[in-house]
Design a protein around this ligand. Structure first.
Ligand code: G6P
Length: 437
């Protein structure tokens, strides 16, 4: 039975992950679950909810919550990490500052992702060091954003680590939607995928008969638009984001694109669509934040989670638990994960953190080779990798020049004068978090 800690235990994603844990107990047995967050108030609400949920669904599991890293990381087998350094106050700045200067404002893409990345690296590095001191053999499953930059930074800082897995839920979100579009069991679909995190493409989607369903999916999406499987739970901005899969496919019909590529392919169009006075942070605060916390408080007051509405079993929660189970039980199931390239995509830099399909077992991820990719994709990815690498180096060396180079390379910025203005504004906003550049 496993002892786990969930970092970012006060997040609105936590109830869904906890629920997924209770529904996967036969696959992933639990002994102890500790929730850990630096925000005491948020942690208490979600932590009390967790106690009620497990008391009703799995009373044999010991559940607790803490704001003390020494308690959180002691003797664990798995760390589920989804922290948000700076919380929503800083996410808001990541989105609004670039937008004030006419540049994409998004939590993982462009200057917003750069800003968030420089904040995340320090806390992530500290987390890994704490975990290794208190639980030397634990697996660290990392979902922290911006995942691309975090993954590359951890690989550079801890090159010998072989028990850190970086993974994102967007490929599986897409795969679930594809499975709905072709009315096929998602567990029987085998994807071939290449790229970087939030910057990749599905080339094939094989079913259990060996047939590639990607052509059919492209046809469906091109004719009727893309509809996410969980459309009724999605806010307006996400529905608009998904709608653009069709545009991307029309312009670049080779492969099925990750949704996030639209910020890099159509930056001018996307900027016009984004409102600097009402960004995704405002939408999340007005929606998910309010709803989840109100519901968790209600459950705590009532003392039962049996009629709970917010703890739906979303893809994110299911995936986190299935990933852990695949490692713990050496199931070697296929997931799309981030790994150091080293030849997987033959004509890309070896040190990039590529996102590809891999089997997952006790030996960690065993990626499938992709081979050479075509010029257009190679060009885009090399540019994005250079941005990611310079961002990590700017952090590690405290280099303003590298930070400016990174932002200038980013397809959402391009103009160096604009890059400098946005960088200076972000430095000011992040002075409590960033190293001196
Ligand atoms: C998707 C992405 C995640 C991202 C999340 C943001 O799931 O794959 O990387 O964190 O969306 O969602 P939010 O609802 O907070 O904007």
């Amino acid at each position: 039975k496993n002892n786990i800690v969930l970092v970012g235990g006060g997040s609105t994603w936590t109830p869904g992950i906890l629920k997924a844990m209770t529904t996967h107990l036969d696959q992933f047995a639990l002994n102890r679950v500790v929730l850990y967050d630096v925000n005491e108030e948020r942690q208490e609400v979600i932590g009390e909810f967790a106690k009620i949920l497990f008391k009703e669904e799995a009373p044999e599991v010991e559940v607790s919550y803490t704001t003390d890293a020494e308690v959180a990381y002691k003797d664990v087998d798995f760390v589920f990490c989804q922290m948000r350094t700076g919380g929503f106050d800083m996410r808001e700045k990541d989105e609004k500052i670039p937008l004030e200067h006419g540049v994409i404002g998004q939590e993982t893409c462009g200057p917003g992702g750069f800003s968030y990345g420089l904040r995340s690296i320090r806390d992530m590095e500290e987390m890994v060091r704490d975990v290794r001191r208190l639980s030397p053999d634990a697996w660290i499953l990392n979902y922290t954003n911006p995942a691309a930059i975090v993954a590359l930074a951890l690989d550079k800082i801890f090159p010998k680590e072989d028990k850190i897995l970086n993974i994102c839920d967007q490929p599986v979100n897409l795969l679930r939607s594809y499975s709905k579009l072709i009315d096929h069991d998602v567990n029987k679909l085998e994807p071939v995928y290449f790229g970087l995190n939030h910057f990749g493409w599905f080339t094939h989607i094989y079913d259990e008969t060996g047939r590639d369903r990607a052509p059919e999916l492209k046809e469906i999406i091109s004719n009727g638009g893309f509809r996410p499987v969980d459309a009724e739970q999605r806010d307006q901005s996400w529905l608009e984001t998904y709608a653009m899969v069709e545009d991307m496919l029309k312009d670049f019909p080779d492969y099925l694109p990750n949704t996030y590529l639209q910020y890099y392919l159509y930056p001018e169009y996307k900027v016009k669509k984004l409102d600097p006075n009402w960004t995704r942070t405002d939408e999340v605060r007005a929606g998910r934040e309010k709803k989840v916390f109100a519901e968790c408080r209600r459950i705590v007051d009532n003392g039962t989670a049996s009629d709970s509405k917010v703890v739906h079993n979303d893809a994110h929660g299911d995936m986190m638990v299935e990933v852990a189970a695949s490692i713990a039980n050496n199931e070697r199931k296929t997931f799309i994960v981030m790994v150091r390239n080293e030849g997987i995509i033959a004509n890309l830099p070896n040190d990039s953190m590529v996102e590809v399909a891999a089997t997952l077992g006790v030996n960690g991820p065993q990626p499938y080779a992709v081979g050479e990719i075509d010029t257009f994709y190679k060009g885009l990815i090399e540019n994005q990798h250079a941005f990611e690498k310079l961002t990590v180096e700017a952090y590690m060396e405290g280099s303003y020049t590298k930070a400016l180079q990174a932002l200038t390379l980013n397809r959402t910025v391009v103009d160096a004068k604009k890059a400098r203005i946005v960088l200076d504004a972000l430095i000011e906003a992040n002075k409590d978090y960033w190293p001196t550049l």
